[in-house]
Design a binder for this molecule. Structure first.
Ligand code: GAL
Length: 440
């Protein structure tokens, strides 16, 4: 169902851009290791400190969200969003083989409860690139019992906080973990190996996902469960077809097929990748802007990836990550607007897409690249950890609370009434409060 009509054709309003349904989930995403800080029992902590790993700096205190999580949840509420995706850190919940930390489980339970108290759906990611060191030392995803151990951890989390969880993502981007960790050597364990190893790790993470889904369904939780997949617009330029097809199979199709029986598929997308002569990955095309990540500014990827995932799986789709690393916040707004216009076309065509999460709530630790790329709607002072919302945060909040893209909501994007559940959820929120003031 679409909320309200479009104003296409009226002066000042662009071509028809449909609205989003009232029940649409509007969120922001973070990941435990990238924001919490001090994640010393995770393999990534060791990797950041290992010479030759290629990491430009360690995660250190990150955004100190381990202690400042309440501020983060408050920000989500103040912006008028109705969902927050955050990570539960396996290395904190099971810091040593078979040793469970009740204090850590309580910590994540408190975050879920704080979300619920503010009308925010807690979306929990169980594993986001990091593994406990004890498991990494035994082979990580290649350990013979990795799937069983992951399922046991999932069951513990569910038993402790499953009554509060709104949605659960099992393994985040297993396709990136296998590519970066076992083929390109850029993530732990740092292996540079061929497609066979990558494929074997794909299979191992899929086994872990399936075991976790089973464990969660057998537990107390009654929330939707799925995995999240990194997707790109994969394009073959002359001579690049074979490489593009291999990438499509190993990075996307094997995982899309593995979602059978899940409740949703999480799509995470940022850019386009072009394969050229000899299978080489081509640099950004002339005339296409480049983000701080070095890849193409390509918001069109959202419409492409959502349609592809929906067609391939038949499952409801949630865009569990999309955003841009840029120092220019106006460029962030333009990127999000174009991405959301594509998503609105999917909605108008009846594609079953349930929600959208901006990566990220905060400027945070961008893995090997450290803190330089800034994906956040909210900046973080690296010395004081002070959170400073950027104009894009308020822009996005307006889209979320109105269910409309700003060009339709009225000049400046501030017009239009909130609709349906979003209005109810945001009605008591004061978006003009001092703590939510835009950065200078
Ligand atoms: C995703 C990943 C996030 C974040 C983002 C931006 O692949 O899940 O952790 O780093 O990319 O690069």
């Amino acid at each position: 169902m679409l909320a309200g009509g479009t104003r296409a054709g009226e002066p000042g309003y662009p071509a028809a851009v449909p609205d989003f349904p009232p029940a649409f989930v509007w969120g922001v995403a973070t990941a435990a290791h990238q924001v919490e800080g001090g994640n010393v029992n995770a393999d990534w902590w060791a990797w950041e400190h290992q010479s030759g790993s290629g990491c430009v700096e360690p995660s250190g205190d990150a955004c100190d969200s381990l202690h400042r999580w309440r501020e983060d949840v408050d920000l989500v509420a103040q912006l008028g969003l109705n969902a927050y995706r955050f990570g539960v850190e396996w290395a904190r919940v099971e810091p040593a083989d078979g040793e469970w930390s009740l204090a850590s489980l309580d910590h994540y339970r408190r975050i879920c409860a704080a979300c619920r108290a503010r009308g925010i759906q807690p979306v929990v990611t169980l594993q986001h690139f990091t593994l406990p060191r004890w498991l990494a030392e035994r082979g990580g995803w290649e350990a013979p019992d990795a799937a069983e151990r992951f399922a046991a951890y999932a069951a513990r989390v569910d038993a402790h906080l499953g009554d509060l969880v709104g949605r659960c993502c099992t393994v985040n981007e297993p396709n990136i973990a296998s590519l970066m960790g076992y083929r390109l050597g850029l993530f732990p364990p740092g292996a540079r190996d061929g497609p066979e190893r990558q494929r074997a790790v794909n299979a191992a993470t899929i086994r872990a996902h399936r075991a976790a889904v089973e464990a969660l369904r057998a537990g107390r939780g009654r929330y939707p469960v799925g995995l999240t997949l990194a997707m790109a617009q994969l394009v073959a330029v002359e001579g690049g077809t074979a490489a593009r097809d291999e990438a499509r199979l190993l990075l996307e199709d094997e995982f899309l097929a593995a979602t059978a029986g899940d409740d949703f598929v999480g799509v995470q997308c940022y850019t386009r990748l072009r394969f050229g002569p000899g299978g080489s990955l081509l640099p950004p095309a002339d005339g296409v802007a480049v983000t701080q990540m070095g890849y193409e500014y390509w918001p069109q990827v959202v419409e492409h990836a959502v349609r592809r995932a929906a067609n391939a799986t038949g499952l409801p789709v949630v865009v569990t990550e999309n955003g841009i690393a840029t120092a220019d916040d106006r460029q962030r707004i333009a990127y999000l607007a174009e991405a959301l216009a594509g998503l609105a076309r999917c909605v108008a065509d009846g594609v079953d897409v349930r929600g959208y999460f901006v990566w990220s709530l905060l400027d945070n630790f961008e893995w090997t690249l450290g803190f330089a790329p800034t994906f956040g709607l909210v900046g973080v002072d690296r010395r004081t950890f002070e959170r400073r919302p950027k104009p894009s945060a308020f822009w996005y909040g307006t889209v979320a609370t109105t269910g409309r893209l700003p060009d339709q909501a009225g000049p400046g994007g501030r017009g239009g009434a909130a609709t349906g559940e979003d209005a109810a959820a945001s009605g008591s929120r004061d978006r003009d409060s001092p703590s939510a003031a835009p950065a200078g």
